[in-house]
Design a protein around this ligand. Structure first.
Ligand SMILES: *[C@@H]1O[C@H](CO)[C@@H](O)[C@H](O)[C@H]1NC(C)=O
Ligand SMILES: *[C@@H]1O[C@H](CO)[C@@H](O)[C@H](O)[C@H]1NC(C)=O
Ligand SMILES: *[C@@H]1O[C@H](CO)[C@@H](O)[C@H](O)[C@H]1NC(C)=O
Length: 293
């Protein structure tokens, strides 16, 4: 019996408090509804979900029902793209769907050419560089003509270097001489110098070889054709000792039962020595403590 009364009371309480905007019958009830996500507003004699359209200006930057609001001549409006904005101030502050806008008689999607020298940087994911006295959009290192701009390109995600009086992608191709080439590593690939008989040679790495026969030709430098592209084979692709030791640069590392480069093996050994040394120190300290006790 008690449970039934309790249930009855609970039910009346639930039903008498409006939970959604449309259930509220007075202004007071309407503004009191706080059901987490949605705000309500008393508009045209009923309680409605708050939207840009039923809100008052100023409303720049407010978001209702996932829609961005902007001031406009028609009051508050929801905007999806720059061209939905009708005034300069909202155009320069709002970013519909994350897009930066620019006012030039109307509201447009901003691009590099709208930037001045001081704000010539990544604009709506477009890489911009100030050169030839304007802010222009670039896609690759070779689009950059000035050395000083080339050197700061990494700020926008391009890795360029100034070499041979031009701006080049910082890969093996940008290494000009043979000695330097064999000592270089780019994007964790070793560089090597080509061996064309006609003397037209340059510095490359496996991933720059687009043809299978070329790739195989440089097998001595570890290049391997796989999945339609040329890779530098890495030792850890070999899973047994026989195939591993077949490669001159790889050794089978017994403690881990895996194929690694000689360099890696040395590193592991050093780490291991330090560990053993550390353990010995530890044991000695313990012994001394025990003796002193
Ligand atoms: C930049 O936007 C203007 C319009 O404001 C357009 O004329 C121009 O072509 C755009 N430039 C680029 C690189 O997209
Ligand atoms: C250096 O640039 C010149 C002119 O662009 C070009 O002809 C030459 O092949 C380049 N040298 C190297 C080593 O890439
Ligand atoms: C080969 O390329 C495809 C598509 O690029 C990729 O899904 C797959 O994992 C690659 N396989 C190997 C063994 O790299």
């Amino acid at each position: 019996m008690k449970t039934i009364i309790f249930l009855f009371i609970s039910l009346t309480m639930i039903t008498s408090t409006p939970l959604t905007c449309s259930e509220a019958l007075t202004t007071a009830e309407c503004t009191n509804i706080i059901n987490g996500i949605h705000e309500c507003i008393w508009h045209e004699n009923q309680c409605q979900l708050k939207t840009c359209q039923n809100s008052q200006i100023p409303c720049d930057g407010l978001v209702y029902q996932g829609e961005l609001c902007s001031n406009s001549q028609q009051g508050c409006q929801s905007v999806k793209e720059c061209s939905d904005i009708d005034n300069q101030e909202s155009c320069s502050t709002l970013r519909p769907q994350g897009v930066e806008c620019h006012w030039d008689q109307q509201c447009k999607v901003k691009n590099c050419s709208h930037n001045t020298k001081s704000n010539c940087k990544l604009t709506n994911s477009e890489k911009c560089i100030y050169q030839n006295e304007k802010c222009s959009s670039i896609n690759q290192c070779s689009d950059i003509v000035e050395k000083s701009r080339c050197l700061v390109s990494q700020i926008q995600g391009l890795d360029c270097i100034w070499s041979n009086d031009s701006c080049l992608t910082n890969n093996c191709k940008a290494v000009l001489n043979k000695e330097e080439c064999f000592k270089s590593v780019r994007n964790s690939e070793k560089c090597f110098y080509t061996q064309n008989r006609n003397g037209d040679n340059h510095c490359l790495s496996c991933s720059q070889l687009a043809e299978e026969c070329k790739c195989n030709e440089y097998g001595i430098f570890g290049c391997q054709w796989q999945n339609n592209s040329c890779f530098e084979a890495s030792c850890n692709q070999y899973t047994n000792e026989i195939s591993c030791t077949h490669e001159s640069e790889c050794v089978w590392y017994k403690p881990m039962n895996k194929c690694v480069t000689t360099q890696e093996a040395n590193q592991y050994d050093r780490a291991c020595d330090i560990y053993i040394y550390g353990s010995i120190l530890h044991i000695c300290t313990l012994l001394i403590l025990i003796v002193l006790w």
